[in-house]
Design a binder for this molecule. Structure first.
Ligand SMILES: Nc1ncnc2c1ncn2[C@@H]1O[C@H](COP(=O)(O)OP(=O)(O)OP(=O)(O)O)[C@@H](O)[C@H]1O
Length: 271
């Protein structure tokens, strides 16, 4: 459904994405993991058309992404960027209604605000009570929920989220990811999520792709992929991986002392 074929991207003479193949299929949540600077956001930006690859191409529903007009593309792909929503003066409801833009014809602004899809996502994301508050008065976590609601209102077939739970407390991390998962199942969406939290990735993803130095180095279901050796290979960190006592999915436990040693030696190498 959304495919990157042989993607490479070079910034200032340095390849940050190297010959990456990736397919995000309908009905599937893929997690993209990897250390800082490994190329996750750049890959997301290539897949959403915000960056142009130096080689390779992105194919959406069988057609090159570049062949879609911006509005057609927005009807199919919604992106939650890493930087989230700016603290704008618009209200929560107005921002969520902006997500309807790709589907509107000659509707007026007022009609757009009354759209039932806006009501549905405000309810789903628990934002009904805050609907008349200006976004600039919300906390970082609340703003992130508004950004997710706006993307949901877009009714895409494919949803790309770059670290969606940044700024959220643990209750909202779970609530928002549960909602995204339920919505993905209902609509058979193709979902790609960049995760730093490997334990959340293990719970929510059907498949995980691990990136390092601009390449996808390992790929598989969380159950078989998330091992101590993978974490050592990708992050240079010695971690213990155990089974969650209730769900049985792999969970990563860090050993702080060893993590610090690895990071110090890595920064010495970089410096
Ligand atoms: N527009 C740009 N110009 C120059 N270099 C860039 C640009 N965008 C990204 N890079 C570089 O590309 C590399 C990969 O960055 P990217 O943001 O894709 O990594 P990431 O895996 O998402 O990192 P993080 O986990 O910190 O968000 C980094 O070295 C970064 O400095």
């Amino acid at each position: 459904m959304l495919q990157g074929i042989g993607l490479s991207k070079n910034f200032q003479g340095k390849y940050v994405i190297r010959d990456v193949d990736i397919t995000v299929r309908r009905g599937e949540i893929i997690g993209l993991i990897g250390p800082n600077g490994s190329g996750k956001t750049t890959l997301v930006r290539l897949l959403s058309g915000e960056e142009t690859p130096d080689s390779g191409q992105v194919v959406l529903e069988g057609k090159p992404l570049v062949a879609f007009a911006a509005k057609e593309r927005a009807q199919r792909v919604a992106v939650l960027p890493q930087e989230g929503l700016s603290p704008v003066a618009f209200t929560v409801q107005e921002v969520v209604a902006m997500g309807r833009y790709p589907h509107e014809s000659a509707w007026s602004w007022l009609e757009r605000r009354m759209d039932s899809m806006v009501e549905t996502v405000l309810t789903k994301t628990g934002l009904t009570e805050d609907r008349h508050r200006p976004v600039q008065h919300l906390s970082g976590g609340q703003r992130q929920r508004v950004a997710i609601a706006k993307a949901m209102a877009q009714e895409p077939h494919c949803f790309i989220l770059d670290e969606p739970t940044t700024y959220m407390d643990i209750a909202h991390q779970i609530a928002v990811l549960d909602e995204i998962k339920e919505w993905q199942r209902e609509r058979e969406l193709a979902v790609l999520v960049v995760f730093h939290d490997l334990n959340l990735a293990a719970h929510y993803c059907d498949r995980i792709l691990a990136m390092k130095d601009g390449r996808i180095v390992r790929e598989g279901p969380p159950d078989s992929l998330l091992t101590a050796s993978l974490i050592r290979e990708v992050y240079d960190v010695d971690a213990a991986v155990i089974r969650h006592p209730v769900t049985g999915v792999p969970q990563v436990l860090l050993s702080p002392g060893e993590t610090t040693v690895s990071l110090l030696s890595r920064s010495r190498t970089i410096g």
